[in-house]
Write a protein that binds this ligand. Structure first.
Ligand code: MOS
Length: 741
């Protein structure tokens, strides 16, 4: 029918963004607001001994200096949101003298202007008794995550089928390697920011968040308020990649400061502070062992992984999960451990778990291909599974083989000569590499509301967020599709905690979950409209019909199979004073579907690198991904998503790392000059291709979700390309010039 879904519309909010009219959290300035600046600990572990605020309080413009000495005692009631670490206790800010990590907020200075607040914050004298923090993951104890034992945990600590260790002993061909991946910080364009304003015991937050309904619940629990007393607004996000899924301490601090000084307070983190307490991709250590028959058939896989966490919370990600179903293999053993450090809690960062775990697996598979003297894609084809062998259930759909075909063809894989160092462009060494990608089709209960207005336009509302993928546009397309009206007549609003609740804008589940809820709300609206028409609404042409005998076609309501006497939305909405007509919908995945099927997106990603043989500079010259992600709602936006994700993967491969000073836990390179991310000059020609994949199982829309998977696999493809160019296997990310010297 109208087919709004599948159209490459440009983003609806594009003009607002490029003309500066899109308002981000820090731009909702309030009458009479003061500015707050966080003072962070300059030791990595210990206790605050003294805070000398008297002198600072007399400085120009200073309104208050707040620390554990004078801060409100906060309720910190239990709150377990779906994306909060389910074990441990979240950080309590300004409630005591203990310091758990470098940069932990120890005070907050509020002043009339930002300059005054910064100046005063810098002048604040804090003394500590410091102890030596332990921030070295290699020296840390590995513990079994308690969270893995909780029901509903996304990953398990230990998984096994067959006897992988024994199979490896007898395998004809074997590879084994250890992989280290650096801690990474998200570094979106927009820093974390919150403006807080109290009205009695009601709090309004304009706050950068990927999950406004959770931020509402979290802050309500911290302050001991009923959730309805807290309103969180966030219409736009300037990139996030996972760092705004949780409600970090600065949000609490903004609200606490606003209450303390009894006026609205604005708090924006500095670039440096974004390295302290807003999550990061955990440092990981992994060991992979693969055993195969001479024909390439895998007979044993061992994947042991460990990731850092903080001392006060267990952060867990799906580091080793993919290994149980990526390939056909009778003997597989995976384990996952946590390494508690004197550092802040890590969090989800684009492709969390999968990005790091697949890196190790796919580098090892490439290494095995060389040992077997096989083409890496051929080796993968031989080991393509028919079902999810880990769970012994079918995939809802799996287009891996098609991804190899399409990706290899578009990339020109056949031009590759396998011998390392055998391809050159002038004096540059050229390498081609590839890897598999996968990410689960996550889904969580969502709700939405659709309102038909007398002028024939439609308002759609869901709490949701849009951190950049184009949620405003794609959701409008879903509503247009299921209502059968032009997308121009849809106005979609998001980013308010008082809108119908939705899951986190993360885990690539927004389109599946919120989109399905909008679809349900549209169908509800149509059903209500049919009842109205049968009662004689609109032009009365359908009066007396049974609602079940009616059907919507091209935005008009007809008797089934007939094309006369149609009724439009506008006809109906003006009838009987019942306007606006409201449809409500929810969407949830039934547990049975989750039990019966293994639901994942798959992809094949490719990279070409050029390496200077003398100075070893690495340039990624081309990147390409072929993905099976179900239905693609907007190919243009989906392609943009993939380009962004692949750039993130290139950053992971050759640039990004946060280094901690072993002496005090200080992030040494907490600024954009030394924390490298790919800029335009580092960004190659990138292509994303989608398999025409129909999946009727994952959800009513048939979308699997997109976003995370676009980062997954790229670091392995680049690593494998580096090996192809140089003959060197580098087992630590990022791969740097010095890795190749
Ligand atoms: Mo994504 S790491 O769930 O924002």
């Amino acid at each position: 029918m109208t087919t709004a879904i599948g159209k490459s519309l440009s983003r609806i909010d594009g003009r607002l963004k490029v003309t500066g009219q899109a308002t981000y959290a820090a731009e909702f300035n309030q009458e009479g607001q003061a500015h707050a600046v966080i003072v962070g600990s300059t030791v990595g572990l210990g206790r605050i001994e003294s805070i000398d605020s008297a002198a600072v309080e007399k400085m120009p413009g200073v309104v208050a200096v707040i620390s554990h000495l004078n801060a409100q005692r906060l309720a910190y009631n239990e709150h377990r949101g779906p994306i909060d670490p389910p074990a441990g206790e979240r950080l309590h800010v300004l409630q005591g003298s203990e310091v758990r990590f470098f940069g932990e907020p120890v005070a907050i200075v509020v002043a009339e202007t930002l300059d005054q607040a910064e100046h005063a914050a810098n002048a604040l004298e804090v003394t500590y008794s410091a102890r030596q923090p332990q921030v070295d993951a290699h020296a840390g104890e590995q513990v079994v995550p308690a969270v893995a034992r909780r029901p509903g945990a996304r990953a398990e600590a230990d998984v096994a089928r067959g006897d992988a260790d024994k199979a490896l002993e007898t395998a004809a061909v074997k590879v084994e390697a250890e992989y280290v991946i650096a801690r990474e910080n998200h570094n979106p364009m927009e820093p974390h920011a919150t403006i807080a304003a109290w009205n009695g015991d009601r709090l309004t937050l304009w706050s950068k968040s990927q999950f406004v309904v959770n931020e509402q619940a979290e802050i309500a629990a911290i302050f001991g308020l009923p959730p309805e007393n807290v309103q969180v607004n966030c219409p736009f996000i300037g990139g996030a990649f996972g760092t705004s899924l949780r409600t970090w301490p600065h949000v609490t601090l903004a609200a606490l400061a606003a209450r303390h000084v009894n006026r609205p307070v604005k708090l924006v983190l500095t670039r440096k502070q974004m390295f302290f307490a807003t999550g990061h991709r955990p440092y990981t250590l992994q060991r992979i062992a693969l055993g195969a028959q001479p024909d390439g058939k895998l007979i044993g896989i061992v994947h042991e992984g460990a990731g850092e966490t903080s001392r006060y919370e267990e952060f867990m990600e799906a580091l080793t999960s993919v290994t149980s179903f990526m390939y056909s293999c009778p003997n597989v053993r995976t384990s996952y451990r946590l390494i508690p450090l004197d550092a802040s809690t890590p969090t989800y960062m684009r492709g969390p778990g999968e990005a790091s775990g697949i890196h190790a697996l796919e580098c090892a598979v490439d290494e095995l291909a060389y040992k077997l003297q096989m083409d890496p894609i051929d080796l993968r084809r031989i080991n393509e599974p028919q079902i999810d062998e880990g769970r012994q259930v079918p995939f809802s759909s799996r287009s891996m083989l098609k991804c190899y075909d399409l990706g290899a063809e578009r990339f020109g894989w056949s031009r590759r000569t396998p011998e390392p160092g055998s391809m050159r462009d002038g004096r540059l060494l050229i390498g081609y590499g590839m890897a598999n990608a996968s990410y689960p089709c996550l889904f969580a209960p969502a709700s939405a509301r659709v309102r038909l207005l007398p002028d024939g336009t439609v308002e759609v509302e869901a709490a949701a967020s849009d951190m950049g993928p184009g949620t405003y546009t794609s959701m409008s397309q879903v509503a247009a599709e299921y209502l059968g009206i032009p997308v121009e007549r849809i106005r979609f609003s998001l980013g308010r905690s008082d809108f119908p609740a939705t899951p986190p804008h993360g885990g690539s589940m927004t389109m599946a979950s919120v989109g399905s809820a909008i679809r349900a709300a549209c169908l509800d609206l149509q059903a209500k409209a049919a009842v109205l028409a049968a009662k004689g609404g609109g032009n009365a042409g359908l009066a007396g019909q049974s609602p079940e005998a009616l059907e919507w076609r091209d935005g008009m309501l007809f008797v089934k199979g007939r094309s006369d006497r149609g009724v439009t939305y506008a006809d109906l909405v003006s009838y009987g004073g019942e306007s606006p007509l409201v449809g409500e919908g929810t969407a949830a995945r039934d547990a049975e579907t989750g039990q019966k099927y293994s639901m994942h997106s798959f992809g094949a990603v490719f990279a070409e690198v050029a390496i200077d043989p003398d100075v070893k500079t690495i340039k990624v010259r081309r990147a390409l991904g072929a993905y099976g992600v179900g239905r693609v709602v907007n190919p243009k936006l989906a392609t943009s998503q993939c380009i962004g994700g692949m750039i993130g993967g290139i950053g992971m491969a050759i640039m990004e790392r946060t280094l901690l000073d072993r002496r005090n836990g200080r992030p040494i390179n907490a600024h954009m000059a030394d924390y490298l991310v790919p800029v335009n000059l580092d960004t190659p020609h990138i292509e994303a291709h989608f398999i025409d994949e129909e999946d009727t199982i994952v959800n009513p829309l048939g979308v699997k979700g997109l976003g995370e998977i676009a980062l997954v696999g790229m670091s392995a493809a680049v690593s494998n390309a580096v090996h192809h160019a140089t003959g060197r296997r580098v087992h630590e990310l990022p791969i740097m010039i010095e890795s190749l010297l």
